[in-house]
Design a protein around this ligand. Structure first.
Ligand code: GLU
Length: 551
């Protein structure tokens, strides 16, 4: 068969050769060891937490080696694509401060190896495909969907070792030129298939950076390269793109391991150097119901979507910091030694990534986030909360922006000191945290600790009303509370109480708790002296009076 003639028959509009792209996308000339990575999502839904994890791995790998990271949009599956798919991906990255050196971005494309959206690269794929046809390495297949179904059934019945289009089952593999031409003239749709020369009895090896040496049977399947609309499959696009974008390290989800022999065969057929592969583990969680370890699920777990962390208001640095602990087990040691360093300066090492699934642990994320928020200034917290509330909580936004000074003062209680409180893990918790400071939010609900009788509480509140003054300094304020103790049968001395509990109704801590409950409805709050200072005398008197009659 004259393969040149076949190539012209199948792809007459393609007038370039792959050399043209070799010249257009030259070697990057980066320094020795610099890694070129790409994150390559399909715009088929929201950005998954695993996607953020993968993208972080790509960016860190490039940064740690002075390399280049790219964002490539893999939109060849138009059936699965959703309208806002690309912006969902870009919004997700921008919300968490991730950016790539090259590729698709909110401000358009950047970089010299584009276009970075696969649907705009069809000419490149077809040019490579045409070359493969010329070399007898690809052929058109006219089998219909029904014929392929029938093939699978026959393979099952006749005990084929595995299903698929290959060897003796590949009906169109050996069509003559005339047969092909006749089909084309008749307008029969066709796909372009790879003519595999693999041997199922032979093994192919590759070194996965995360998993080590992997051995699998060679690919024998005549995989589809171009679909009937001329658009490539993932397999073929991966090979062409990662070659011409000069990717050195393909870091992708472990679900692609089984396809790697196919990709190796295609790289070889095209005469391209194989990139290094690293297959990242899945993000898993422990199922709340049955305690088993399972993949994060779109359906069951709201936290599978990156947008969940935006909507609930986790600070971006908290989620990233947490993902870093999953990504490399030595991250936490590094962080202890480099407390203020930018997370992206972490000397990330793909080899230190675990190959088993990373376990997503919300409690740990909460802890990390509380730590991060606890050391932010009140001003920063104010800004971040209002920014979040503007979109997600109008009531809080209005309260905070109506009186920024008050909001900042509340947020500053027990902050900016060596042992800040760690109450807030995410911005959606702030409303509850500050609720008793705003009458618009405060619902008086007085629940005393069990050891305190209502009549004692009433007396404490009544006496305290007589002496409270919001302008007292902290020492005077506390001395006044202590002074209430003895006349009411309590002791200002906790030690004394512990030694002789039967002699007292309680100690100064109990007296403070009663006042705290009366003022805030809670037994646990930040510094009460500061709370009183912000509420002011009138509001304090009003609340104490109301409490006196309702405890
Ligand atoms: N578009 C593929 C996916 O979303 C990318 C896989 C790869 O990184 O090569 O799974």
């Amino acid at each position: 068969m004259d393969y040149n003639l076949l190539a012209e028959l199948l792809l007459p509009d393609i007038d370039k050769t792959p050399d043209c792209y070799e010249n257009l996308y030259p070697d990057r000339g980066l320094k020795e060891g610099a890694r070129v990575t790409r994150f390559a999502p399909s715009p088929t839904g929201y950005l998954h937490l695993g996607g953020l994890f993968g993208a972080l791995t790509d960016i860190l790998t490039a940064k740690a080696t002075d390399g280049v990271s790219m964002l490539r949009i893999e939109d060849t599956d138009k059936k699965r694509e959703i309208g806002e798919g690309v912006s969902a991906i870009l919004d997700g990255f921008s919300a968490f401060g991730l950016s790539f050196d090259e590729g698709v971005s909110a401000d358009g494309e950047k970089g010299k190896y584009g276009p970075y959206t696969q649907s705009q690269r069809v000419e490149i794929y077809q040019t490579v495909a045409k070359q493969l046809i010329r070399e007898g390495k690809a052929y058109p297949c006219f089998c219909t969907a029904d014929e392929l179904t029938a093939l699978r059934e026959r393979q099952e019945k006749e005990g084929a070792p595995f299903g698929g289009y290959y060897g003796k089952w590949a009906k169109c593999r050996d069509l003559s030129f005339d047969e092909i031409k006749k089909n084309i003239d008749e307008g029969k749709p066709w796909v372009l298939r790879f003519r595999s020369d693999g041997d199922e009895n032979k093994k192919v090896f590759f070194d996965d950076i995360i998993r080590g040496k992997i051995e699998m049977p060679e690919n024998v399947i005549d995989e589809v390269l171009l679909k009937s609309d001329g658009i490539p499959t993932y397999h073929f696009a991966h090979v062409c793109d990662d070659h011409f974008m000069r990717t050195t390290h393909v870091i992708r989800g472990e679900e692609w391991i089984s396809s790697t022999p196919k990709h190796i065969a295609l790289f070889k057929a095209c005469g391209y150097r194989l990139p290094k592969y690293a297959h990242t583990p899945q993000v898993m969680k422990i199922d709340e119901e049955d305690g088993t370890k399972r993949k994060l699920s779109k359906r069951k777990d709201p936290e599978a979507a990156v947008s969940y962390f935006v909507e609930t208001g986790f600070p971006k640095e908290a989620l990233i910091e947490y993902l870093m602990t999953l990504i490399n087990s030595n991250f936490e040691d590094w962080r202890r030694a480099n407390k203020d360093a930018d997370v992206f300066s972490f000397p990330f090492n793909l080899k230190k990534m675990s190959s088993s699934g990373c376990l997503f642990d919300m409690a740990k994320l909460n802890d990390i986030s509380k730590n991060i928020i606890s050391v932010m200034s009140a001003d920063t917290v104010y800004q971040r909360v209002t920014e979040w509330a503007k979109q997600y909580d109008e009531e809080l936004y209005n309260l905070f922006t109506k009186d920024p000074e008050k909001a900042r003062a509340i947020l500053n209680i027990d902050r900016e000191n060596p042992k800040p409180r760690k109450d807030i893990a995410k911005w959606s918790e702030v409303k509850d945290y500050v609720s008793y400071m705003y009458n618009e939010l405060y619902e008086e609900y007085l629940c005393l600790p069990e050891n305190i009788k209502s009549e004692d509480a009433r007396k404490i509140i009544n006496e305290y009303r007589k002496v409270v003054d919001f302008s007292d300094d902290k020492q005077v304020w506390f001395d006044k509370i202590k002074a209430l103790c003895i006349p009411l049968g309590f002791t200002p001395n906790v030690k004394e109480y512990k030694q002789n509990p039967d002699a007292f109704k309680g100690h100064v801590g109990d007296v403070s708790t009663v006042i705290r409950v009366a003022l805030t409805g809670r037994t646990n709050t930040p510094d009460m002296h500061a709370i009183i200072g912000i509420l002011g005398n009138d509001e304090v008197q009003r609340r104490l009076e109301s409490a006196e009659f309702s405890v």
